[in-house]
Unconditional design. Structure first.
Length: 317
């Protein structure tokens, strides 16, 4: 049986497909997403408490490099094979180079259930992979714009970096990591019953809303975008191998490899849409949401994660 939280995603998806009046109020969803990201950060920070001296900087730099390489590799594929316009290709490459906090939460629950070993810094992968794709693709957009206009590329790195670093998800995750790292298990004890012990409850309710949202963006199915639909369904299994390959090369424990594979296979539907919409207002965010939330997220949660886990088990034998 899959993890219990997956059943809540399936329930939301079914409710959306049958056009039920079930919905999670917007304010509740906002609260859930804030608590979920903060809790993920706190859990990661607590794992890092007392382990800072043992952090492998080369490992973290390799993960960051993956965050830059993935969207740059996907961009020409989206342009030439999927035949997307330039702005949509940049937008979707940024979404798929960035990562999904929801997928991360699900895979962390899987690792806990399987009791697979994790490196203390594994939670940092979420932050390290979320930012580079957004930054590099927004820079590429500015560069191509300036090149088309025949102008020199002006330095906009500071503004792009500010947009990425001040997003809600990054602030909550980084802040949670910092607080968890400083206070450790003992200092976090007053919050443990509500946030940490209630993590799966938060995740279940969050996934219920994700199921409802997936049904909304997926149906009726936009058959005219068949190339993009196939891309969104197939590319997670390709990108997962990038995470598995890097994890094996870095000699990570099985739990960390699974997390890295899941993040590599995922696509952002929170941080990237906000950043792209602000920086490229005429990009079709609906297409990116259709691909990332409508196709890739359910493919990963319902099918992909157990397969990635099986692949890693076979490699570790």
């Amino acid at each position: 049986m899959p993890d219990i939280v997956i059943a809540f995603f399936a329930l939301g998806l079914i409710a959306g497909l049958i056009k039920s009046d079930l919905k999670v109020p917007k304010a509740t969803y906002e609260t859930l997403s804030i608590l979920l990201m903060l809790t993920l950060g706190l859990k990661g920070g607590m794992a890092l408490h007392g382990e800072t001296a043992n952090l492998a900087i080369s490992e973290l730099l390799a993960v960051i490099a993956l965050g830059f390489i993935t969207p740059l590799s996907l961009y020409p594929l989206l342009r030439k094979l999927i035949k997307l316009p330039q702005k949509e290709a940049i937008s979707i490459a940024a979404h798929y180079g960035s990562v999904s906090a929801g997928t991360f939460a699900v895979v962390m629950a899987m690792v806990d259930k399987s009791q697979w070993p994790l490196r203390p810094e594994t939670t940092l992968y979420l932050v390290l992979l979320e930012l580079p794709a957004i930054i590099i693709m927004l820079w590429l957009h500015r560069y191509l714009q300036a090149k088309t206009a025949g102008n020199e590329v002006h330095s906009s790195a500071v503004s792009i970096l500010h947009e990425a670093l001040t997003s809600r998800g990054v602030v909550l995750l980084c802040g949670g990591v910092a607080i968890g790292w400083m206070y450790g298990t003992t200092g976090m004890a007053p919050l443990t019953p509500m946030l940490l012990a209630g993590f799966k409850t938060l995740l279940a309710l969050f996934l219920l809303e994700m199921g409802i949202s997936t049904a909304k963006v997926c149906f009726p199915i936009p058959y005219k975008q068949w190339r993009l639909l196939i891309f969104a369904a197939v590319i997670p299994f390709v990108l997962a191998w990038a995470g598995i390959g890097l994890g094996m090369a870095l000699d990570l424990p099985s739990g960390s490899i699974l997390v890295l594979a899941a993040l590599s296979a995922s696509a952002s539907y929170i941080a990237a849409p906000a950043a792209i919409k602000a920086a490229i207002p005429d990009a079709n965010i609906g297409l990116a949401m259709l691909a990332s939330l409508g196709i890739t997220f359910p493919v990963n949660v319902l099918i992909g994660l157990p397969i990635y886990q099986l692949w890693i088990e076979q490699l570790m034998m």
